[in-house]
Design a protein around this ligand. Structure first.
Ligand SMILES: [Zn+2]
Length: 214
């Protein structure tokens, strides 16, 4: 009889513990979901900055006039913030900046890939950067294009020094860095945003240390 009671008591305790664990587990999942949502929201959060509109097609960011057409204020803020944070020596090599719709970007550059958000074009040392409203969490799009402009002006990737660095460290860097110009743009962006493995790429690091001092 006593054994039976103990047995039943054990069952009750076991079921209680199991139920409690399940409840906790569910709560943990809910919390995890809420956290993920918050992180996601932060990734897409529009920077809280004032736009300096000059006309219906122009904003001023720092001393630069930026042309835009048919894009939302949020898109303008998204890029104005990136232009704002771009180092001076890179920004000064960009002559024109355009912020356009995705459709317009495809018109301007029909060979764009589905992942193309912006592009850089240069005529001699005159550089144009086009950015699109394409939804992304990437806040380094302008920096990447400004680095291409800097490269066009100072011929970094044409220099024997950087070419030998690329052969030594750039070939396996990242699948996006499919040639020397992209290696420079992606890895220098990573370097400037502190997302670069300095010990794995020592020659590139030394080269960038010098560049960033200029
Ligand atoms: Zn690029």
């Amino acid at each position: 009889m006593i054994r039976k009671i103990i047995c039943q008591l054990c069952m009750v305790i076991a079921v209680t513990i199991l139920g409690y664990t399940c409840l906790n587990y569910e709560m943990a999942i809910e919390e995890q979901k809420a956290l993920e949502e918050e992180i996601n929201e932060r990734k897409y959060a529009v920077p809280d900055i004032e736009l300096e509109k000059i006309s219906d097609t122009q904003i001023k960011v720092r001393d630069k006039i930026v042309q835009y057409e048919n894009v939302s204020d949020d898109t303008l803020k998204w890029y104005a913030d990136q232009i704002e944070k771009c180092p001076d020596y890179l920004l000064s090599t960009v002559d024109e900046i355009h912020i356009v719709t995705r459709e317009r970007l495809l018109e301007l550059k029909p060979e764009s890939k589905s992942t193309t958000i912006g592009f850089h074009k240069h005529y001699g040392t005159y550089s144009i950067v086009v950015l699109s409203e394409y939804k992304t969490t990437d806040r380094t799009v302008f920096l990447h294009e400004a680095i291409h402009a800097y490269d066009a002006q100072y011929e970094i990737t044409d220099s024997p020094e950087f070419q030998s660095i690329y052969q030594a460290e750039g070939l396996e860097y990242d699948e996006r860095a499919k040639n020397i110009k992209e290696y420079f743009a992606y890895s220098y962006t990573d370097y400037l945003t502190h997302d670069f493995n300095r010990s794995k790429y020592p020659q590139t690091t030394e080269f960038y240390k010098k560049l960033d001092q200029e």
